[in-house]
Design a protein. Structure first.
Length: 309
């Protein structure tokens, strides 16, 4: 079980510039003494001062994420699910680090997903990287205990969410996709891979299955790695494909996209032509995780094309 303590982030997070910031309340952003429409809100550089005030009533969980971050897409739904089950005992503030650079800088988010709690304005570490649902639940339980020890025992008066149009509910996941998500929540990435592979066998053009398979393969690979050992092996073997793959995976999972692409492109450039295929295939797989329209993918793909021709 993860041991969470405010001391672990002492000096590592600077929220001073975000305190007492005058701003108009954003839609869905809670005021300290009022009810809220939802226990999950989007936080911005401009509205975060209000979030800090809410942390004096209930613990606030801050989820720092980005659209291009594959592990974020695995962890964020789990955090949201657990938050909602607590019925107002916790507020979840979601921060898009690309759209809110000041918040990302204040939390010193060197890699994402990064999840930090706030208790009475003080930061408490929770997660860095994707973790299974059981671990999320254990850490949330610790968070509530720590909050109670610090006198933060309130509850948000959650109002009714706006009614949705009839028939507007999201359709249920296809069975194999649901099977994959259930396996991911249990931390059983091997089973999730099998489910996504079955989905692709049934429909090779299933884009959600393609993206899901790439993300879960990455999670499965990085959970077995030790960062220091991987970097030492890569430094010792600059042309060791497996060692370079490991560090690129860790970089990508941590949000260092350009570093991951640069490492593999440098490796591709140095290898003999008959040894390049696995590196090209891994690059293409990682491009798919980030998205073809992402400027970092466009730049890396252009460099790969120049190296090929």
């Amino acid at each position: 079980m993860t041991d969470i303590s405010p001391a672990a982030l002492r000096g590592a997070v600077d929220l001073s510039t975000l305190r007492n910031r005058p701003s108009a309340p954003a839609a869905g952003t809670p005021a300290p003494a009022a009810g809220v429409l939802d226990v999950v809100v989007d936080a911005t550089d401009e509205t975060f001062g209000q979030i800090l005030e809410v942390s004096r009533t209930v613990p606030v969980v801050v989820d720092l994420w980005a659209e291009w971050c594959g592990p974020c897409k695995q962890l964020s739904p789990i955090i949201e699910k657990v938050t909602r089950e607590l019925g107002g005992k916790v507020l979840l503030a979601k921060v898009d680090v690309d759209a809110n650079p000041q918040l990302a800088q204040s939390f010193r988010a060197q890699s994402i997903p990064m999840v930090v709690a706030l208790i009475a304005g003080q930061p408490v570490p929770m997660f860095t990287g994707a973790v299974p649902e059981q671990q999320v639940r254990e850490v949330f339980a610790q968070l509530l205990q720590l909050a109670a020890q610090n006198g933060v025992t309130g509850s948000l008066d959650v109002g009714e969410a706006p009614a949705t149009e009839e028939g507007a509910e999201e359709p249920p996941l296809p069975p194999l996709h649901a099977e994959a998500f259930a396996a991911i929540e249990l931390g059983d990435y091997a089973a999730a891979i099998v489910a996504y592979e079955k989905a692709l066998a049934e429909n090779p053009r299933d884009e959600d299955a393609i993206a899901g398979l790439g993300q879960v393969r990455l999670l499965d690979r990085v959970q077995k790695l030790d960062l220091q050992e991987a970097r030492a092996a890569a430094a010792a073997g600059p042309l060791d494909v497996r060692a370079q793959f490991d560090v690129a995976d860790l970089d990508l999972a941590g949000g260092h996209v350009d570093d991951a692409f640069g490492r593999l492109l440098d490796l591709f450039a140095q290898l003999p032509s008959d040894q390049r295929t696995p590196v090209r295939e891994r690059l293409i797989e990682l491009f798919g995780l980030i998205g073809a329209a992402d400027p970092r993918v466009v730049s890396a793909r252009n460099r790969l094309s120049s190296l090929l021709f």
